[in-house]
Design a protein around this ligand. Structure first.
Ligand code: G
Ligand code: G
Ligand code: MN
Ligand code: NA
Length: 254
């Protein structure tokens, strides 16, 4: 079976869905937002991991129509929750390198906002650090155009790339998401804790919100709290959930 052909059909056959993982404020434990994460259930293969199919979608260009679908779905869901009086905060959507390189990205994002009626300040776009530094000047212009729409930007997987501090300062990014690779040993290894402390200090120094990804244990949470980290996300709180499960978990809706 050719995965690319199957993925091409997936949108038409309605096999894609979004799950949502809560982003929480560390200070008061309140919901700060949700990250939309793509899921694919193939009729024969069953559930296919995004780690497996996102690279196929990127290499084939399918990430462009799929990414547009993700934006639309996520914005609609956010709008429904806000209409129901549920205090969502932001809806965070991952963007791929290929989407950022395309001239129609701003129109695609604007279209998703218009169709859903979601106010732009409720949309946060996540851009992986590993990607952003390779195309500096062009990307800076593209990011600035997104900011003009009123959406916010987050630098995802932070700490795994090699963003220079000078470059970071020029990025119109309001949030750093510390890569989950750094959580593994922060509560056991002093060097690990030094890295998270440094990233939190750096982000705050630049006026950014700092979120730690992949938080799984109470000890990790305690350390991040002591270091002044603003937000957390991870299996300790909740796995990514279908919309109904997210509502039940976060707002006690049944
Ligand atoms: O959900 P999971 O933890 O397995 O995600 C694996 C990877 O797939 C992560 O790097 C995540 O950023 C990426 N991913 C999930 N959903 C999307 C999406 O809608 N668009 C893009 N570009 N990447 C996504
Ligand atoms: O690259 P990005 O940060 O978008 O990836 C998000 C991915 O991280 C999702 O696939 C999600 O399922 C996964 N994830 C979220 N929380 C945790 C966690 O606490 N531990 C691990 N191992 N993965 C997590
Ligand atoms: Mn992400
Ligand atoms: Na990440």
């Amino acid at each position: 079976m050719h995965l690319e052909n199957e993925l091409r059909q997936a949108l038409l056959r309605n096999e894609l869905a979004l799950h949502y993982q809560p982003l929480l404020s560390l200070g008061d434990g309140r919901l700060a937002g949700a990250e939309a994460l793509l899921r694919w259930t193939h009729p024969e293969l069953g559930s296919v991991s995004p780690a497996h199919f996102i690279p196929v979608a990127e290499d084939s260009g399918l990430i462009v129509p799929i990414g547009a679908w993700v934006l639309e779905q996520a914005c609609h869901q956010a709008r429904r929750w806000l209409d129901d009086g549920l205090p969502l905060g932001v809806m965070a959507v991952n963007l791929s390198a290929l989407q950022i390189q395309r001239d129609d990205l701003v129109a695609t994002v604007a279209n998703a906002l218009t169709l859903s009626g979601l106010p732009a300040q409720h949309l946060e776009l996540e851009i992986s650090e590993a990607y952003i530094l390779r195309h500096a000047e062009r990307d800076l212009r593209q990011l600035a155009r997104l900011r003009e729409l009123g959406v916010s930007l987050a630098l995802d997987d932070f700490g795994t790339g090699q963003t220079s501090l000078g470059h970071l300062r020029r990025l119109p990014v309001g949030k750093l998401k510390i890569d989950r690779a750094f959580m593994a040993d922060i509560d056991r290894d002093p060097a690990g804790a030094t890295v998270t402390r440094a990233i939190i200090g750096l982000g705050h120094g630049l006026g950014m919100t700092v979120l730690a990804e992949g938080v799984e244990t109470e000890a990790q949470e305690a350390l991040l709290r002591a270091q002044g980290c603003d937000q957390v996300q991870g299996f300790r709180y909740s796995r990514p959930l279908p919309a109904a499960g997210f509502e039940a978990f976060v707002w006690g809706r049944s």
